[in-house]
Design a protein around this ligand. Structure first.
Ligand code: GUE
Length: 285
C-alpha cells in the first residue's frame, strides 16, 4: 500500500486564504496593514529565490513587504543599523534577516539585535527561551509549519514516538520541543548517533532535517509511520529531500513530498507570525 501524501502546497494555499481574510479584517476594522522587512545580504541564488517566494506570498495575502538587498561585503555594523531602523519603524511588525550570512557578520549578534517583538523567525534567544518554558512567543516557521500540517490532517501526536533526525537550532531542536509539548515521546538523533536505523525504525513520526539526500531509506521506516522530510538538497538541478521518497512511500502511512511539502508551510507560518505580530502591536498602541 502507498502512503497518503501530506500536501503542504495545498494546505498552505488554504491557510493563506484564511490569513488573507484576517489581514483584510485587521485593515478594515483597525486600519493596520501588517508589514514585513526582509534583509538579504549578498547574492546567493538559493537565498534570492526563497526571498522572492516570501515576497510573493506576502503580497498575495495583503502583507506589506519591504525587501532590502545589501552587498556581500557589508559590514556587521551597517547591518545592525538597518535592523535598528526597522525596530523603530511602526509600520513594520516583522523583521527577517535571511540566513546564512557572509563570514564577516556574526549571526548571533544580528539575531539578538532584532526586537524580540518583531522576530517573526523566532530565532531571538528570548523567543527560543519562551518556546522551552511554555510562554507566548514567536515559534520558528518550519517547526510551526510541520506541527500545523500534522494537526490539520488529524494525525495523533500524544503518545506517539517521534524521532527527529537533526539538531539544528532552527529546525531539529524546536520541532522536538513542539512535539514534546504535544505529548509525544521524543528522541533526537544526529551525526554522532550510532545505528541511526535502530531509532528511526521505532518512529511513529519521523522528522528528517539533516540536509543529506537519500539518508532515510525504506528499511529504516516503521510500516505506517508519518514521514516528514525537511531536507532541501539540489541534486543535478533537481530539488530532493533527505528521504528516499519513491521507496519510503511504499512503506510509510503518510509522507511529505519535496518540493510541495514542508517548504510552502514554512512561508505560510512566516505570514501567520507577521499577522500575529501586527495584531498584538495594534493592541499596545
Ligand atoms: N532567516 C531565515 N528564515 C528562514 O525561514 C529561512 C532562512 N533564513 N534561510 C533559508 C531557509 C530555507 N527556507 C525555505 C523556505 C521555503 C521553501 C520553499 O517554499 N520551498 C519550495 C520549493 C522552492 C524551490 O523550488 O526553490 C518547496 O519545498 O515546495 C524552502 C526553504 C527558509 N529559510
Amino acid at each position: 500500500m502507498s502512503a497518503q501524501i501530506l500536501d503542504g502546497k495545498q494546505l498552505a494555499a488554504a491557510l493563506r486564504e484564511e490569513i488573507r481574510r484576517d489581514v483584510e479584517e485587521l485593515r478594515a476594522k483597525r486600519g493596520i496593514v501588517p508589514g514585513l522587512a526582509v534583509l538579504l545580504v549578498g547574492d546567493d541564488p538559493a537565498s534570492q529565490s526563497y526571498v522572492r517566494g516570501k515576497q510573493k506570498a506576502s503580497t498575495e495575502v495583503g502583507i506589506h513587504s519591504v525587501v532590502e538587498r545589501l552587498p556581500a561585503d557589508l559590514s556587521e555594523q551597517t547591518l545592525l543599523e538597518r535592523i535598528d531602523h526597522y525596530n523603530e519603524d511602526p509600520s513594520i511588525h516583522g523583521i527577517l534577516v535571511q540566513l546564512p550570512l557572509p563570514p564577516q557578520i556574526a549571526e548571533d549578534r544580528v539575531i539578538t539585535r532584532i526586537s524580540p517583538g518583531k522576530d517573526v523567525d523566532g530565532f531571538h534567544p528570548w523567543n527560543v527561551g519562551r518556546l522551552y518554558s511554555g510562554g507566548e512567543g514567536f515559534v520558528p516557521c518550519t517547526p510551526a509549519g510541520i506541527l500545523e500540517m500534522i494537526r490539520r490532517n488529524r494525525i495523533e501526536i500524544a503518545g506517539a514516538h517521534a524521532v527527529v533526525v537533526g539538531r539544528s537550532g532552527i529546525v531539529g531542536k524546536p520541532v522536538a520541543q513542539l512535539l514534546l509539548r504535544e505529548n509525544a515521546t521524543v528522541t533526537i538523533c544526529h551525526s554522532k548517533t550510532k545505528d541511526l536505523g535502530f531509532y528511526t525504525k521505532q518512529a511513529d513520526i519521523l522528522v528528517a532535517a539533516v540536509g543529506r539526500p537519500g539518508l532515510i531509506t525504506a528499511d529504516m521506516i516503521k510500516p505506517g509511520a508519518v514521514v516528514i522530510d525537511v531536507g532541501i538538497n539540489r541534486v543535478d538541478g533537481r530539488l530532493v529531500g533527505d528521504v528516499d521518497f519513491e521507496a519510503v512511500k511504499e512503506r510509510a502511512g503518510w509522507i511529505t513530498p519535496v518540493p510541495g511539502g514542508v517548504g510552502p508551510m514554512t512561508i505560510t507560518m512566516l505570514l501567520y507570525n507577521t499577522l500575529w505580530s501586527a495584531k498584538r502591536m495594534g493592541n499596545v498602541q
